[in-house]
Design a protein around this ligand. Structure first.
Ligand code: FES
Length: 101
């Protein structure tokens, strides 16, 4: 799947992956602002992204556990997700994610 990240300095970077989760893909490609400090176990929120609204249906809503974690982040939006909780599959090909500040 091809995934595009928009960084906080407005750069648009498209990367490709076929396995793992979106946080791992971002870290591997050195996407600025996605740190993945907890290693992808949904307990740090350093992998927070805002899904562009038109892609929200493709990605879907966070789980209850993920929501609880997101609530600690002051920049939460209606389209917030923790990228370590999004699996990289063909189902999300073409989505655009804005890296949260
Ligand atoms: Fe820690 Fe996603 S990497 S919550």
């Amino acid at each position: 799947a091809k995934i595009t990240f928009i960084t906080s300095d407005e750069q648009s970077i498209t990367v490709e992956g076929n396995s793992g989760n979106v946080m791992e893909l971002a870290v591997k490609n050195k996407i600025k602002g996605i740190d993945g400090n907890c290693g992808g176990v949904c307990s740090c929120a350093t992998c927070h992204v805002h899904v562009l609204p038109e892609y929200w249906d493709k990605i879907g809503a966070p789980s209850e556990l993920e929501n609880d974690m997101l609530e600690f982040d002051e920049n939460i939006s209606d389209h917030s997700r923790l990228s370590c909780q999004i699996q990289v599959t063909d189902a999300i090909d073409g989505v655009v994610l804005k890296v949260a500040k």
